[in-house]
Ligand binder design. Structure first.
Ligand code: HEM
Length: 454
């Protein structure tokens, strides 16, 4: 943007901080877009709870922010980090953050990640065994269950009693945790029946279970050979001579769970919501799922993540020294709100940006700074490849087992669930047992079986 008189902060709506806080909670998507249209790709916004902030949109500004040094822009002071504790990567910056990423990143990539394929497929099948045939039902709940079980088994290495108890306490914990991120005041402990009290007691129980789980891992003579991510974290600590910190390990596990479970489930739900409204895409995807190919499926996943990003924005804050951005000099303490959604939908980059068109990514990788559903730079989501891998296997499993019916109902609206944006009606869909298409039938199928049935 061309700004003739640049001061330290760009112009923006002059609405007061408290009002902006309420607007942010109620209607941020619509307002952020409207203000971008009015003020350009960067504007000033005072938000109570955040302080003086700038909101940014577009590849160029995000490139500048995501590539800034980690001692220039921080990210460790945020509501999620405060909720989860000092042991969470969300609370860390600079050296400590880098060391934690080194520890967490390897298990979520490459061969290690692919070793979870059977587990993902098994969990998808287990949940899909319960699906009704020929009647509409909201699929989001099932995707929540699948992604929860995958994390509990692949990351926590939980089984038996600990697995069942965690399966039970995590859904309410996630619910209360999201409420606490939205309003700390509301979620204080006001006595036995208050949500704040429930959150505290569930968290205490969670840490007790994690202690048992860690003790079991440490007592396992084959700890070295275990493939769950908790075992890898413990091995890495032991190799470096660090004492095992039960509390911090529990906080990091909770971080991975909160960050990785509903986000992936909601992205799967959006995939179903989009596919059931795009018959031509669904046909092509279904045909491919019954082969060993997945190029089109990966393109579909990338396009869903672009057009329906479940995390609408992320943030950084200017640490000690002023930060130059688009010609403005942002003073220390300024928050930078990265507008993921409007960057993913930038009409200057994406022709017909609001059209669901997986062909955009057929044989083509998404661009690093204009496709940012996983954020970017040193804080880019560590579970990005894992989430795409999970989505790939769950979709393949679904489309091999079932024919997904299309619908003429209007698109589902977005609903903010405290952490992620999900389809408001829960991604309603209807499935029936997969039928081979006429052209897929072998001559023997057409003449009938021994029992004489066609
Ligand atoms: C479709 C699913 C997912 C989406 C859309 C998503 C999105 C994001 C976004 C936007 C960020 C902030 C990045 C930034 O500030 O630049 C993030 C961070 C993070 N995500 Fe994800 N995520 C997903 C799945 C997962 C999964 C499966 C895991 C782990 C199993 C995970 C773990 C994390 C962690 C630990 C961070 C913090 C990284 C850091 O601070 O260095 N996420 N994610």
């Amino acid at each position: 943007m061309n700004n003739p008189t640049k001061t330290s902060m760009p112009p923006g709506p002059g609405t007061p901080g408290r009002l902006n806080q309420a607007l942010f909670l109620l209607a941020r998507n619509r307002l952020f877009r409207r203000w971008h249209d009015q003020y350009g790709d960067i504007y000033f916004l005072d938000i109570a709870g955040f302080g003086p902030s700038v909101v940014i949109r577009g590849a160029e500004l995000h490139r500048k922010v995501f590539t800034a040094k980690d001692n220039v822009l921080h990210a460790g002071d945020n509501a999620l980090g405060r909720l989860l504790g000092d042991g969470s990567i969300f609370s860390m910056d600079e050296e400590q953050h880098l060391a934690e990423r080194r520890k967490l990143l390897p298990p979520f990539h490459g061969e290690r990640m692919r070793s979870y394929e059977k587990l993902v497929e098994d969990e998808a099948n287990r949940e899909m065994d319960t699906w009704p045939l020929d009647e509409p039902f909201p699929t989001q709940k099932s995707f929540n269950m699948i992604t929860l079980r995958i994390i509990l088994r692949a990351v926590f290495g939980a089984e038996g009693r600990e697995l069942s108890e965690l399966e039970e306490i995590i859904p309410p914990m996630t619910r209360y945790g999201q409420m606490k991120v939205a309003s700390d005041l509301l979620m204080r402990d006001y006595g036995r029946y208050s949500p704040g009290h429930r959150w505290e007691s569930l968290t205490a129980r969670f840490h007790e279970i994690i202690r048992v789980l860690i003790e079991k891992h440490l007592a396992d003579p084959d700890l070295d050979e275990r493939i769950d991510i908790l075992a890898l974290m413990l091995n890495s600590d032991l190799e470096q001579g660090h004492e095992i910190d039960f509390r911090a390990t529990g906080e990091e596990l909770m971080t991975i769970l909160l960050a990785g479970h509903e986000t992936t489930a909601s992205s799967l739900a959006w995939t179903i919501e989009r596919l059931t409204r795009h018959p031509e895409v669904l046909d092509r995807l279904t045909a491919e799922a019954r082969t060993d190919e997945n190029d089109y499926r990966l393109a579909v996943i990338n396009e869903v993540l672009r057009i329906r990003p479940v995390i609408g924005g992320t943030g950084r804050s200017v640490f000690r020294e002023d930060f130059e951005l688009d010609g403005w000099t942002l003073p220390a303490g300024t928050r930078i709100i990265c507008n993921i959604r409007d960057t993913n939908l930038d009409p200057e980059v994406y022709p017909e940006a609001d059209r669901f068109n997986p062909e955009r990514y057929l044989g083509k990788k998404p661009d690093t700074y204009s496709w940012i559903p996983f954020g970017g730079g040193m804080r880019r989501c560590i579970g990005a490849s894992f989430a795409q891998f999970e989505m790939d296997i769950v979709l393949r499993t679904l489309l091999r087992r079932f024919d997904l019916a299309t619908t003429s109902r209007p698109p589902e609206r977005e609903k903010f669930k405290g952490l992620a944006y999900a389809p408001a009606e829960g991604a309603v869909a209807m499935v029936r047992k997969a039928q081979p298409k006429v052209e897929e039938l072998r001559p023997a199928d057409l003449v009938g079986t021994e029992s004489g049935q066609a």
